[in-house]
Design a binder for this molecule. Structure first.
Ligand SMILES: NC(=O)c1ccc[n+]([C@@H]2O[C@H](COP(=O)([O-])OP(=O)(O)OC[C@H]3O[C@@H](n4cnc5c(N)ncnc54)[C@H](O)[C@@H]3O)[C@@H](O)[C@H]2O)c1
Length: 354
C-alpha cells in the first residue's frame, strides 16, 4: 500500500511513518508544511529508506497537492496534518481555521479529483482516513459516561471546534461524492518525540532542569492516555481493514487526573534520575498550581470497544509501562529534545512559520 500521510513530521504522524516503514511493506509520501511542530529529526531512522519520500507542502496549496497525487499515485491518504495545541488555539485561532478546516477541505477536493481518475476497482479500494480527536465530543463532567462513536459533538475550544468541522467535511465528502472515507477519534497521546509544549514532555524536561511544573487549576482534569505507538498500530489497522463510512474511537483505557500524571513522572524520575538539579530535594516539590485554561474540559473518557471488537485492536502498553518507556526515552534522547528547546531542529524556518 502506498500511503500519502499528511503531518508525517509531527508527533503522531512520525510514529505512523516509522510504523509503516519499519513494520510493513508499504511506502509513504510524507506531506508536511513543517510548522514549528514538524520535526524531520523524528524520522532520521527511516528517512533513507527507498519506500519513504518527503514533500514540504502546505495542505492548503491545491496546485501542489494535485502535483503530488499525479506524481505519486497513492492508494490511500492518512490525514494527520493539523494545528493541534489547545493553548495556541486560544491565543491565535486563525491558523487552526486555516489548516484544520480550509486545509482539510482542500485536501478532500484534491483527493476527490485524483480519485475520479482511478479505475472502478482502484476507486473502491482507495481510502481517505481522517485522524481526529475525542475533544470533538466536549467533556464528561464527573460522570461514569464514556464517549462512543455516536456521542453528539460539543467542542469547547477553537482547536476542537476546528477538528469537529473537519470531521463533518470528511463525512459529507463520502455522503455527497462517494469518496471512501473513514474517521478515527482518539484520546490524548503520549510517548517518544512529543513536542515539549505538551503536558507530559513539558513536565519531564522541566523537572530534569529544576524548573517549576505548572499544573492548571487543581490538576483534577481527567484524560484518557494512549501510548503513541499503540495509536500508530491502530491507525494502520483502520486504513487497511476499516469499513468505509465508519468511525472508530481509539483509547487506552487509562483515565488519569493531570496531577496524578505529573506525580507519576516525578516518582519515575526519583528512581531513574536520582541526581537532581541543584536545590531540588524532591521532584514533586517543583509542582506549582497555575490559573486554569479558559473553557478547560473536565473529563474525557473513551469507549474503544468498537475497534477492539471489529478490528481486533487493543493497546499493548498500560499507562504504567508506557509512561516508564517515555521517561526513559527523554532521559536517553537529550540530543533530540535539546535541539527542539534551542530551536536548532527547525534550521532557518522557525522565524517564518512560528
Ligand atoms: N496529540 C494528541 O494527543 C492527539 C490526540 C487525538 C488526535 N490527534 C490528532 O492527530 C493529528 C496529529 O497530531 P499531533 O499531535 O501529531 O500534531 P503535531 O502538532 O505534533 O503535528 C502536526 C503536523 O502537521 C504539520 N502541519 C501543520 N499545518 C500544516 C499544513 N497546513 N500543511 C501541511 N502540514 C501541516 C506540522 O508541520 C506537523 O508536522 C492531528 O490531526 C490531531 O488533531 C492528536
Amino acid at each position: 500500500m502506498k500511503i500519502l500521510i499528511t503531518g508525517g513530521a509531527g508527533f503522531i504522524g512520525s510514529a505512523v511513518v516509522r510504523h509503516v516503514i519499519n513494520n510493513t511493506k508499504g511506502s509513504v509520501i510524507n506531506v508536511d508544511k513543517l510548522t514549528y511542530a514538524g520535526n524531520l529529526e523524528s524520522l532520521s531512522d527511516i528517512e533513507s529508506d527507498g519506500r519513504y519520500s518527503f514533500e514540504r507542502v502546505d495542505i492548503c496549496d491545491r496546485v501542489e497537492l494535485d502535483r503530488i497525487f499525479a506524481e505519486h499515485q497513492p492508494d490511500a491518504v492518512m490525514h494527520l496534518a493539523a494545528e493541534s495545541h489547545v493553548d495556541r488555539s486560544i491565543d491565535g485561532p486563525a491558523a487552526f481555521i486555516e489548516t484544520n478546516i480550509v486545509g482539510t477541505y482542500t485536501l478532500l477536493e484534491a483527493t476527490r479529483s485524483y480519485w475520479n481518475t482511478l479505475s472502478e476497482t482502484a476507486k473502491q479500494a482507495f481510502r481517505f482516513h481522517h485522524i481526529s480527536t475525542d475533544e470533538v465530543y466536549g467533556d464528561l463532567e464527573g460522570t461514569d459516561d464514556l464517549f462512543t462513536e455516536t456521542t453528539s459533538y460539543e467542542p469547547s475550544s477553537p482547536y476542537s471546534a476546528s477538528k469537529a468541522s473537519s470531521d463533518h467535511l470528511v463525512r459529507a465528502w463520502l455522503r455527497t461524492y462517494g469518496l471512501p472515507t473513514i474517521v478515527t477519534n482518539c484520546s490524548n497521546n503520549y510517548g517518544p518525540y512529543h513536542f515539549p509544549e505538551k503536558l507530559i514532555p513539558l513536565m519531564i524536561l522541566n523537572a530534569m532542569s529544576g524548573k517549576a511544573l505548572p499544573v492548571y487549576g487543581d490538576g483534577m482534569q481527567i484524560r484518557d492516555w494512549l501510548f503513541v505507538e499503540d495509536h500508530a498500530r491502530a491507525l494502520y489497522k483502520v486504513v487497511k481493514e476499516g469499513e468505509v463510512g465508519e468511525t472508530y474511537n481509539i483509547g487506552g483505557h487509562n483515565e488519569k487526573a493531570n496531577i496524578e500524571v505529573v506525580k507519576t513522572i516525578c516518582s519515575l524520575l526519583e528512581e531513574l534520575e536520582p541526581t537532581k538539579p541543584e536545590g531540588v530535594a524532591h521532584y514533586q516539590d517543583l509542582i506549582t498550581y497555575v490559573t486554569d485554561r479558559p473553557g478547560h474540559d473536565v473529563r474525557y473518557a473513551i469507549d474503544a470497544s468498537k475497534i477492539e471488537r471489529e478490528l481486533g485492536w487493543t493497546p499493548e502498553e498500560t499507562f504504567e509501562s508506557g509512561i516508564r518507556k517515555t521517561v526513559e526515552w527523554y532521559l536517553n534522547n537529550k540530543e533530540w529534545w535539546s535541539r527542539v528547546l534551542d530551536g536548532s531542529y527547525a534550521g532557518e524556518r522557525l522565524g517564518v512559520n512560528k
